[in-house]
Ligand binder design. Structure first.
Ligand code: 1GP
Length: 245
């Protein structure tokens, strides 16, 4: 089964949780420990990526360390073509649709595609949309941020992603955002589109996670949480329980 099939099958039955690990934040062995705790808490997949200070070597070492410990899908969440590792199970082949910089819309993808083909990695086409405040991803990705109350624009981008053939759409408030993407935007986008909806950025509490899936998100992503809490397993368990209710 491909990783996309795994996702498509799971979202038919339940809300999914993915754990984002930034390899630049800690040593590979520490990243692997975090992934293991997330696995024990019941996360469905590990996403690997970050906006700054990443190298392919660090990606390789981190993914290998994680794969040694757990059997969950490891998906690259790339910042560019230079971080593509052959050791992952899949890569989000994503376009930052609301970037002003063509580099993030298509050029990095043009550079990455032949590498992905050569190493036989599974590409998962995804439309990536950055909503205010966007944080580092918004700045680095030169995003023309979608305003938090501009639901029409969010729907337009999400539908465009679907009509371009992308299999997933991701509403991103930015890692560490003070507030997640507004529920009204999530429910409107879910209502108007037919592809699984991922929501991430600023999700810290079980209450927020629950409100986001109730609004219509199929998959939630948490990253900062696992870096900040003392007990990853307990904290993530509470989030995962909240989205399973
Ligand atoms: C960032 O959406 C992810 O790309 C996760 O955000 O770090 O705020 O959980 P957090």
């Amino acid at each position: 089964m491909s990783v996309l099939e795994y996702i498509e099958e799971k979202v038919k039955r339940k809300k999914m949780h993915m754990t984002l690990i930034d390899p630049a934040e800690q040593e590979p062995v520490e990243s692997a420990k975090m992934a293991y705790e997330a696995y024990l808490a019941g996360t469905d997949a590990i996403m690997i990526g970050g906006s700054t200070n990443l190298t392919r070597e660090l990606m390789d070492e981190t993914i290998l360390a994680i794969k040694e410990k757990i059997n969950l899908p490891v998906i690259i969440f790339p910042s560019g073509a230079d971080v593509i590792s052959q050791y992952a199970d899949a890569i989000y082949f994503m376009s930052l649709l609301n970037s002003r910089d063509v580099n993030f819309v298509i050029r990095q993808q043009v550079m990455g595609a032949p590498i992905i083909k050569k190493i036989g990695l599974e590409p998962i086409p995804m439309g990536y949309l950055i909503i205010e405040p966007g944080m580092t991803a918004g700045r680095v990705g030169q995003a023309e941020l979608i305003k938090r109350d501009d639901i029409k624009t969010a729907i337009g981008y999400a539908l465009a992603a679907q009509y371009l053939g992308m299999k997933l759409v991701y509403l991103e408030a930015g890692s560490g955002a003070p507030e997640p993407v507004p529920q009204e935007m999530i429910s409107a986008v879910k209502k108007e589109t037919d592809i699984p909806l991922i929501v991430g950025g600023g999700i810290r509490t079980p209450q927020q996670a629950r409100a986001i899936v109730k609004a219509g998100a199929d998959i939630i992503v948490t990253g900062t949480l696992v870096e900040e809490v003392s007990n990853i397993r307990d904290s993530l368990k509470k989030i995962i329980e909240a989205i399973s209710l």
